[in-house]
Ligand binder design. Structure first.
Ligand SMILES: *Cc1c(COP(=O)(O)O)cnc(C)c1O
Ligand SMILES: [Zn+2]
Length: 428
């Protein structure tokens, strides 16, 4: 049974059949999956969702597939953590981390979108998956295309982090590094997509792919006990995830799974690539493309495909957006690690740092529920912080040397904890 009516142009409303299309013939607007919400309302309930496996497909009526999913069956349902320590550090009473840094199988939220895109690609009969990526998408397409028995061609800017490259080629992927930035990669891929009959997950499959992002917000609402937070902070590259978080909340409201909350959506970017937040803050109608220069490579898209719609969502929801410098991103990564024991990548550092900034500006209130989308894993972007974390203390395997070190560490820690001091006096 299918709940997807077809594709619909976001600009002029023209309706298209469920095919591998992404642009409107009439107005060149982007196409989006359109659902029969009345039918879904009759078929889907909290009880039915709760009875299903802990993965994105527990919301399958709200994902754009017509048959049972075939790729990424265990993807999603990542932890939502009540972050008391981070809250104390920022002076916030109710803050949560949605930790997609541990999403299965490739440790970023991209596993959600790729599962949907490749399940749909297999319905369409494609035998080859492809993508233009800033890194995490490459990892996910490489892994899930293997598991789903599809061939792959993966295009990236040549200068990505080592872990994002190895985390792609380890699967035996056809990885193509382009001399240029993501926008050059994407331009080439649009030409390739027109010429080769592949399922390009974020080009001709984009209307299906993008819907997968909704599952992050569906999970948050279920994990909060079937409610939406007052505030949701989301990192932006193309801006797609942010628009889909909003769409997911509206859908749960429409089919009656949650009460209307008036959730405000906040977008986070790095200063070195902030076309969307810059346009928002300057009240421009449209963004100006930029040439990215930031350590947050996963967010480095200078011409964001959904930038316009992301601005609309931030404005209409009553939220806002901010951007932060590279040092603030590093500090954000360290703050989350030291308070909550979660090691996120640069994109997560952007989200933490932007949250801190919005709190300091008084834009985010201190006593209302706030969810932060932490979208990727820090082990993949270690280059960004290697010079900002301490090195191990190297000693010989010798008790005296360790005792000397122990004394020194305790003095440095301004006397250390009481436990440490009494443990020392016992041995002296
Ligand atoms: C791709 C990506 C994003 C943003 O994705 P968009 O939907 O293009 O805005 C955020 N965080 C991480 C870690 C990503 O890889
Ligand atoms: Zn149109």
């Amino acid at each position: 049974m299918s709940f997807v009516k077809g594709l619909k142009c976001k600009e002029c409303g023209e309706v298209y059949p469920k095919e591998a299309l992404h642009v409107c013939d009439m107005c060149f607007g982007p196409l989006e999956a359109a659902y029969d919400y009345e039918k879904i309302k009759g078929a889907l309930s909290k009880e039915l969702i709760e009875s299903r496996g802990h993965n994105i497909w527990r919301y399958k009526e709200l994902l754009p597939i017509d048959e049972e999913p075939t790729v990424g069956l265990k993807v999603g349902y990542t932890p939502l953590i009540r972050a008391h320590n981070l809250g104390n550090a920022l002076g916030l009473s109710e803050i949560y981390i949605k930790n997609d840094g541990v999403c299965f199988p490739t440790l970023s939220f991209k596993d959600r979108v790729v599962s949907v895109a490749l399940s749909k690609a297999k319905e369409f009969g494609y035998d080859t998956a492809a993508c233009a990526s800033t890194g995490n998408l490459a990892n996910s397409v490489a892994a899930l295309s293997r598991a789903g028995n599809l061939k792959n061609y993966i295009f990236i800017p040549y200068d990505l982090e080592q872990a994002k490259i190895v985390g792609t080629t380890v699967y035996g992927a056809n990885l193509i590094g382009i001399n240029g930035a993501y926008d050059d990669v994407n331009r080439l891929c649009s030409e390739v997509a027109g010429k080769f009959g592949w399922a390009f997950v974020n080009i001709n499959m984009r209307p299906y792919y993008a819907e997968g992002s909704k599952s992050l917000a569906f999970e948050v609402m279920e994990q909060l006990g079937w409610r939406s937070p007052k505030h949701f902070v989301v990192p932006m590259a193309s801006g797609s995830l942010l628009t889909k978080v909003w769409k997911a909340i509206k859908e749960f409201e429409t089919i009656g799974l949650i009460e209307e909350t008036g959730t405000k959506i906040y977008g986070a970017q790095a200063k070195g690539c902030s076309p969307i937040t810059t346009a928002l803050k300057n009240k421009w109608e449209i963004f100006k493309p930029v040439k990215p220069d930031t350590i947050a490579k996963s967010l480095a898209i200078g011409t964001p495909a959904d930038g316009f719609y992301a601005m609309q969502v931030m404005n209409q929801s009553g939220g806002w957006g901010e951007d932060v410098a590279d040092q603030e991103i590093i500090d954000g990564i360290k703050l989350l690690a030291e308070t909550e024991g979660i090691f996120t990548e640069t994109a997560g550092g952007v989200t933490i740092a932007v949250t801190k900034k919005l709190v300091e500006q008084g834009v985010l209130p201190k006593d209302e529920s706030i969810v932060l989308a932490i979208t990727g894993n820090g082990l993949k972007t270690q280059e960004a912080i290697t010079n900002d974390v301490s090195q191990p203390h190297i000693i010989d395997a010798n008790l005296e040397e360790f005792e000397e070190l122990y004394d020194r560490l305790n003095n440095e820690n301004q006397g250390g904890s009481e436990d440490a001091i009494s443990a020392h006096s016992n041995t002296a």
